[in-house]
Design a protein around this ligand. Structure first.
Ligand code: BDR
Ligand code: CA
Length: 311
């Protein structure tokens, strides 16, 4: 299995991404979960990450607290999508497992230095503050990262927090800029993909029909999460953004994209946080990321349901 660190701001869809990883030990070994402020402030994302580990029967997992605000801007949160706790929907017990000692950023640096270069894949599911801070503090780690597979951005699909920007990139564009320029191999799951991974009623029913605490919780989370989308976008159901990252690690052929140049807008207030993706190769700028554009949604949900059944 490939060694991964999940960097996250749970978030119902982050929660499902974590559950999928923890249910797939033959594919991924989760070294630790690092939390960042994003969907909700840090005290809640650290709480929610531990709730999910306990739901997955993994109270032994190391969960680290990371950065509590973006590099150079005020924190923007998304309670309008995820509810007050960030994990609204199911009623789950408060976590009893402790937080791991130390800062998330130091954990990321230590682990990358401890294993041979090309061993650890980073999986950011929230704003990129922790990852950028690690790269700034220890520039040597850039060459040691096997891959960064992240959820963020959007191109043809536009944005979801402003007309131009997707939430994770918008919250900390400066951090995103550092990450996209770091030279590591990057795979991006933008809204162009995740807005095709929709939890339709039959897909939600399939989670619930698992009959397990995890299956029922996922059904309740995906019922709650982005429930406004149905009216807003007229889409079949809530888009399941972050699990696209962990699904990619297990079954990459579910996704199609292009290796292209992607730059982050950090200056214009109007388009702040936009992922300027050179999909048609018109700039001549060197490719720095594989920007996904399509997903086999049925394959994705069947993988998710089969794996969640194990928990
Ligand atoms: C991203 O923003 C968050 O609200 C979700 O958890 C996901 O990571 C989607 O734009
Ligand atoms: Ca997230």
């Amino acid at each position: 299995p490939r060694k991964i660190i999940i960097d996250t701001d749970p978030g119902q869809d982050d929660a499902v991404a974590i559950l999928l990883a923890l249910a797939s030990p033959e594919d991924v070994e989760v070294l630790g979960i690092t939390c960042v402020a994003g969907n909700v402030p840090l005290p809640l994302t650290t709480r929610n990450a531990r709730i999910i580990c306990e739901l997955a029967g993994r109270p032994d997992m190391q969960v680290f607290a990371g950065c509590d605000r973006p590099l150079g801007r005020d924190l923007v949160t998304a309670e309008h999508v995820h509810g007050k706790t960030g994990l609204d929907g199911p009623t789950l017990p408060e976590p009893v497992m402790p937080m791991a000692d130390g800062h998330a950023v130091d954990f990321i640096i230590e682990q990358l230095r401890k294993f041979a270069p090309g061993t650890i894949t980073l999986c950011p599911l929230g704003p990129l503050t922790n990852i950028a801070t690690a790269l700034q503090k220890a520039p040597d780690i850039a060459g040691r990262i096997a891959k960064i597979v992240l959820m963020g951005g959007g191109y043809f699909e536009g944005g979801n927090i402003t007309p131009a920007a997707e939430f994770n990139i918008y919250v900390d564009p400066q951090a995103a800029d550092i990450v996209f320029k770091c030279g590591a191999s990057i795979v991006v799951m933008p809204l162009d993909v995740t807005h095709k991974a929709l939890v339709t009623r039959p897909r939600n029913d399939a989670f619930r029909a698992l009959g397990t605490p995890a299956g029922i919780a996922v059904a309740e989370m995906t019922d709650f999460f982005e429930r406004f989308d149905k009216e807003k976008y007229g889409s079949a159901g809530a888009p399941l953004h972050d699990p696209c990252v962990t699904a990619y690690l297990i079954q990459p052929d579910l996704f199609k994209g292009r290796h292209i140049n992607v730059e982050i807008e950090t200056l214009s207030e109007l388009t702040m946080g936009m992922t300027v993706a050179d999909w048609w190769g018109v700039t001549g700028r060197p490719p720095n990321a594989t920007f996904m554009g399509d997903v086999d949604a049925d394959g994705f949900f069947s993988l998710l349901t089969t794996r969640l059944a194990r928990l």
